[in-house]
Design a protein. Structure first.
Lengths: 141, 111
């Protein structure tokens, strides 16, 4: 029997009322499993930022979360426009979000930097016109 | 001091999330940009903002703030109230501006 729990979510594009469902669900599970509160918070923040990015920039996407006794791994993929300059996108304050999104309180250019800060490992693969995949790992043991 | 005690002492309105009215408030945090809040709001803080939408409720849950305090009489929209009640997110209302609201809470909890 495997000790790994696998969860999959579909995030709709531009639906900011539903963004947050995956991170809330994973947070509940980790609390139930007795994971340390600090690690739960880091997973929740990193995943929520990722969900919002999928909704704002990716036109929606897919999330796969695997929870093992040692770590939580998260893979977020979209088939959106891609990121032309990842280095720029990683800078705090750099944002391409439209005003409609800023009015909701997002689009401050903090998403990817927040994800990097909260994950122990993070990689981004992106191709313009094809899509973006972000992989993050948070160690919980 | 609990969320409810803060509300009672400062004359804030209890708007939603009764389940969490007994949570302890340890500090105060002010910001309206949700990504800043996600990254920087301390757990167990009273988060003072004017954002009363459903996304603010999600951010409060994930950052694990003790409560949200809507300053300036900012409205809690219906969808946000529903989410707050469902998830036990305490939301208070203040007629005062953000700074005065935060300062009053900080003084009260001895921050």
């Amino acid at each position: 029997m495997s000790d790994t729990i696998r969860l999959e979510y579909e995030v709709p594009g531009d639906d900011f009322t539903r963004a947050g469902e995956a991170s809330s669900d994973v947070k509940r599970l980790l609390k139930k499993l007795g994971v340390a509160p600090g690690a739960v918070r880091r997973v929740a923040i990193a995943l929520y930022e990722g969900e919002i990015n999928l909704a704002i920039h990716g036109g929606g996407g897919q999330i796969v979360v695997e929870v093992s006794p040692e770590e939580v791994s998260m893979v977020l993929s979209d088939q959106g426009p891609g990121i032309p300059n990842i280095e720029l996108a990683m800078q705090e304050g750099w944002s391409t979000a439209p005003d409609s999104v800023r009015n909701l309180g997002f689009g401050a250019g903090m998403g990817l930097p927040n994800m990097k800060r909260n994950a122990d490992e993070m990689t981004i693969e992106s191709e313009v016109g094809v899509g973006t995949t972000v992989r993050m790992t948070v160690r919980v043991a | 001091m609990t969320v409810k005690e803060v509300a009672d002492r400062l004359g804030f309105t209890l708007l939603a999330g009764e389940e969490s009215y007994e949570r302890e408030v340890e500090s105060v945090y002010c910001c309206d940009l949700l990504s800043f809040v996600m990254g920087r709001a301390p757990a167990d803080s009273a988060w003072v903002t004017v954002m009363g939408n459903v996304n603010a409720m999600a951010v409060s849950t994930l950052a694990d703030t003790a409560c949200i305090v809507l300053a300036e009489g900012a409205a809690l929209d219906a969808q946000a109230k529903e989410k707050a009640d469902q998830n036990g997110i305490a939301v208070l209302g203040s007629r005062q501006p953000v700074y005065e609201t935060a300062r009053a809470i900080d003084r009260l909890i001895g921050g």
